[in-house]
Design a protein around this ligand. Structure first.
Ligand code: ADP
Ligand code: ASP
Ligand code: MG
Length: 470
């Protein structure tokens, strides 16, 4: 059985939802087994929901009502456009009305309280998938395909890290098998809300923005599925973001490890945690274009092709480079360890670390949203050293980005870094800092944010990624 996830643009209009139903129907006919369909919210809907909740918390009682009206209009229009039977459409409209009333009441309570908890935000932002999954189920039924809506709160059991929850695998496996397998055995396509889970107590959580990819691989690994297919709006995983590099090409085959690096370093095509559940079980993932279902897309599996040396280039933005500097740091053991413990206490994660060989400077990169708390925590840790001037400065340089050059074939091949440096030098881009993971799958460079797009394009040209058959 296949678990298939359709992203926001793939369910972005009524016509597209009808297309999703056709793809699912085709897979059912060809394989004789219904796929499990996981859907995202219609594109832009989650952003609107987050805006509704945050504006409500600041006392604005107008914006969430406007968003409610927009949601009603958009979903009603989609019902009209995806060929849903009139009988089904009537019931669906009533259901949507009920959900939107619930949303309005929740936003009203948030505005009265004047406070938005992460738990409250998850409850609101989960609505988009609850709406789109209902439309997709009705579109399937209207095309004569047996289908059943499944709320992921009934299936994906998570911890209570609201906004970025992690699945509890044993509990999720039991529920997924109990709820989804009987449907599949009866020839029914389960349509599951992406992005959402619930705690053991049943409180709704979300898996983080873009998390529907992760929902699909969690279910794929728990059932287990033969393969997981991620249907999106481009022809698979490409050598770079096609919005930045127009001549980027599809990578035909890539390993779990390489994709994990790409998604961690900003390739939005997959949520950073997507690969984790499937890599553990060796389940292949295909990334496909819902607008061009016959394009082969990308196969992600344990052994990607070793060639070419550089597979793809990605960038992650809105970062800060934190530096801890001081001549008194030299030869003093434990400075780096204490700095990183302080970062951990502020709940931030470090994306990259470098240290100068003189040991007078430790630099690491965090997200800019985390930077003030990180600087404060590191300063507090080294209060005494700063007083004695062993450490002179803890500073944050904002508006930086990391460009990551990824490819398993880079291992042991000399000169890759030199080629990247000269490609950047040729277009006048200064490299602030560099790091290479010990796996040698990834060479990461920090540049100022305004240079990062050009840096990606220059590196893409240097390795001729627009021409090499992938
Ligand atoms: P979905 O709504 O289907 O989840 P996303 O917008 O989350 O789609 O992800 C797809 C987008 O990811 C593409 O439109 C593309 O702009 C972007 N992207 C970034 N890096 C890459 C890459 N290396 N390969 C393909 N797409 C990429
Ligand atoms: N709808 C959610 C988001 O916009 C999840 C997803 O699209 O994968 O973040
Ligand atoms: Mg996505």
């Amino acid at each position: 059985m296949i678990v298939m996830k359709f992203g926001g643009t793939s369910v972005g209009t009524g016509e597209r939802i009808a297309g999703v139903a056709r793809i699912a129907g085709r897979v059912l006919t060809e394989r004789g087994t219904p796929p499990v369909v996981v859907v995202s919210a219609m594109s832009g809907v989650t952003d609107g929901l987050v805006r509704a909740a945050t504006t409500a918390a600041s006392g604005d009682t107008h914006t969430y009502q406007l968003i409610r009206d927009e949601l009603a209009l958009r979903h009603e229009q989609a019902i009209g456009d995806c060929g849903i039977d009139s009988e089904l459409a009537r019931g669906l409209k009533a259901e949507i009305e009920t959900l939107l009333n619930w949303f309005e009441n929740l936003c009203h309570s948030i505005s009265t309280l004047g406070e938005l908890t992460p738990r409250g935000l998850d409850a609101v932002s989960a609505l988009g998938e609850r709406l789109s999954a209902r439309l997709t189920t009705a579109a399937l039924l209207s095309q004569g395909i047996k289908a059943h809506l499944v709320e992921a709160t009934e299936v994906i059991v998570t911890d209570n890290a609201f906004g970025a929850a992690s699945p509890l695998i044993a509990e999720t496996t039991a529920k997924a098998q109990e709820i989804l397998l009987p449907l599949i055995e009866q020839g029914v396509v389960p349509v599951v809300t992406g992005f959402i889970g619930a705690t053991v107590e049943g409180i709704p959580t979300t898996l983080g923005r873009g998390g529907s990819d992760y929902s699909a691989t969690i279910l794929g690994s728990c059932l287990p599925a033969r393969e997981v297919w991620i249907w999106t709006d481009v022809d698979g995983i490409m050598t770079a973001d096609p919005r930045i590099v127009p001549d980027a090409r599809t990578v035909e085959r890539i390993s779990y490890a390489e994709v994990a690096e790409l998604s961690y370093f900003g390739a939005k095509v997959l949520h950073p945690k997507t690969i984790e559940p499937v890599a553990r079980r060796g389940i292949p993932v295909r990334v496909l274009n819902a607008r061009r279902p016959d394009h082969p897309g990308t196969l992600v599996c344990a052994n990607g092709a070793p060639e070419p040396v550089v597979k793809a280039i990605t960038a992650i933005r809105n970062l800060s480079l934190i530096s801890v500097e001081g001549s008194g740091m030299q030869g003093v053991p434990g400075v780096a360890g204490r700095a990183f413990m302080a970062v951990a206490r502020s709940n931030a994660s470090i994306l990259m670390i470098t240290q100068s060989s003189s040991e007078q400077n430790i630099c690491f990169v965090v997200r800019t949203v985390d930077s003030p708390a990180v600087v404060q925590a590191v300063k507090a840790e080294f209060e005494l050293e700063m007083l004695h001037q062993d450490i002179d400065r803890v500073a944050s340089q904002d508006d930086v980005a990391i460009m990551a050059v990824v490819g398993a074939g880079m291992k042991g091949v000399p000169g890759i870094a030199a080629r990247v440096f000269s490609a950047l030098a040729n277009v006048g881009i200064n490299i602030i800092s560099i790091a290479q993971g010990s796996s040698e799958y990834n060479l990461s460079l920090v540049v100022v944010q305004k240079d990062v797009d050009e840096a990606v394009r220059a590196t893409h040209r240097e390795f001729a990624l627009d021409r090499i058959a992938q």
